[in-house]
Design a protein around this ligand. Sequence first.
Ligand SMILES: NC(=O)c1ccc[n+]([C@@H]2O[C@H](COP(=O)([O-])OP(=O)(O)OC[C@H]3O[C@@H](n4cnc5c(N)ncnc54)[C@H](OP(=O)(O)O)[C@@H]3O)[C@@H](O)[C@H]2O)c1
Length: 333
Amino acid sequence: MVAYKDIKASNALINDANAPHIAVFVGGTSGIGKLTLNALVGTGTSLRIYLVGRRSSEERTQSFIQDLHVVNPKAEIVWTEAEVSLLAEAKRVCEDIKSKESRIDLLFLTTGYAPFGARKETPEGVEITQSLGYYTRMLFVLQLLPLLKKTENPRVVNVLGGGMERTTSINVDDLDLKKPGSFRAMTAQPHYITLNTVFLDKLAVEHSDVTFIHSWPGSVNTGNVWRSLDPDQYILSWVVWLFLDPLIRLISSSDEEAGQRHLFYCTSAAFGGRGIAWKGKAGISTSGTSNTGLFLVNYKCESTPNAKVIPLLREKATAKVWEHTQMLLGAYL
Ligand SMILES: NC(=O)c1ccc[n+]([C@@H]2O[C@H](COP(=O)([O-])OP(=O)(O)OC[C@H]3O[C@@H](n4cnc5c(N)ncnc54)[C@H](OP(=O)(O)O)[C@@H]3O)[C@@H](O)[C@H]2O)c1
């Protein structure tokens, strides 16, 4: 466990010289993205953040943006409206951002929720939690990589379930879980987590100048568990209300700690790159190095390289995941 006081000490060293100057937050309208954005703006540094979110969240987000401006007048938050479950929309905003910026220091991705409800597809034919938790995220990464590669310390921080991937979690014969019986509450989320790691692991090898982080945030009481429940799932809603929600409240990190720990991922050299010098234990990437690659990290800010599983996933899944994802995203690149 990296002590919280050490995280705060590192974050206290963030200044105009080492902060990410241009950042894109997809999912910063709620939860861990919002908490991290708050922590980043709270450093008082000069920065511009593209905050990408859906129209229904614009009004409350504008009020959040006004509050942030009071906290840090040097922070420019650019509200960027997009229906982020749709690939065409993700492409549109990426092109908009690319027309305005020549470089990006940080891409922070948190959209989505656990697929506990019935299978629902977006108008583009993708299961919605897979689109939010995998496809549109990877599209943002691919679209914005050229701009990330123009900075000194580029980072992609992806929040879902880094370190939780298993060889048995991924269904390589039905990557979109479309066959009857493939999409189930307890299997879809581990499948999506593993897809994220497999795809980012390959990208990290090809783009060793970019630091990739896949974070498992543990438990943070953001209300995320309620998002997937359909109004007619009375029994499950009751179970969540009676058992899961109180448990989450009991074991969750505080909002502030979750924000600060994720800010640490955005800025510290503990996970490769050229971040703020770190005297503690260095993180180890899925390639076994400490200076570059994909870092799987847990809520204690420890790296969990999953060294037995990753080589097996490379053998069993990488080619299929890569090819299928490229095919699906191809029209939006
Ligand atoms: N919180 C935890 O304890 C925990 C634990 C493990 C893994 N995770 C995963 O980590 C990620 C971040 O978690 P979080 O708690 O920060 O999530 P969150 O607050 O519930 O939501 C994150 C973002 O997803 C967006 N979103 C949700 N449904 C959407 C939809 N249908 N269309 C468009 N955008 C949508 C939200 O936008 P709006 O603001 O517009 O609603 C928000 O910006 C999630 O994928 C979550 O499943 C969370």
